[in-house]
Design a protein around this ligand. Structure first.
Ligand code: SF4
Ligand code: SF4
Length: 185
């Protein structure tokens, strides 16, 4: 699956991300991915993917508090806000996660126009609650925040942020595998 591109991410992205275009940008392809989920999920035993999605909700809700503390300490004085520079989009697992929670997808793909900020950025920050953002927006820890993590007390919750993020990443893989097993059999 494609990965969004964020500059300067400590959690590095595979090189192929540079070549991929964001998927499902136009109305037709968005309608197709909607149909894919509604068709694939019809009459399927989705208990395990739904359980896995609930695990991810809990983990993101937990890590949100730590990440918001980091943002409070860094974002207001940031000279180059990442949401102005980043090209992000919903990948397949983001959409699966969303569909299993709400039985529908977000209204459209996130498409950043050339030279513009992410369309979901407002003067108050991101318009979406963290749980509804592409995971890359949670996965990304900028250098200023990384410095705070490294300076934090050994063994403190903030020092465990990367391990919590890796747990979410692993849970996303389990979610995708559980979904594939449920729909392919
Ligand atoms: S997360 Fe980092 S790069 Fe993004 S706005 Fe905050 S301080 Fe700036
Ligand atoms: S979705 Fe929200 S957090 Fe992610 S880049 Fe856009 S404004 Fe920033």
């Amino acid at each position: 699956m494609s990965n969004p591109i964020l500059p300067g991410n400590k959690n590095t992205l595979p090189p192929r991300a540079i070549m991929d275009l964001p998927p499902w940008q136009d109305e037709n392809s968005w309608a197709q991915i909607n149909s894919f989920f509604s068709y694939s999920c019809r009459d399927k035993h989705l208990e395990e993917p739904v359980r896995q999605a609930a695990v991810i909700v809990r983990k993101i809700t937990f890590v949100d508090k730590l990440l918001e503390n980091l943002c409070d300490a860094t974002c207001q004085s940031c000279a180059e806000p990442c949401c102005q520079r980043a090209t992000i989009w919903y990948d397949f697992v983001d959409l699966l996660f969303s569909y299993l929670q709400h039985k529908k997808l977000p209204p459209q793909q996130i498409v950043r126009r050339r030279g513009k900020s992410c369309p979901l950025l407002t003067s108050q920050g991101c318009v979406l609650p963290r749980i509804e953002r592409p995971f890359i927006c949670t996965w990304y820890v900028c250098p200023a925040q990384n410095a705070l993590i490294e300076q934090a007390e050994k063994g403190s919750e903030i020092q465990k942020v990367y391990s919590y993020l890796r747990e979410i990443q692993s849970a996303r893989k389990l979610l995708e595998d559980a979904f594939t097993a449920a729909v392919v059999g």
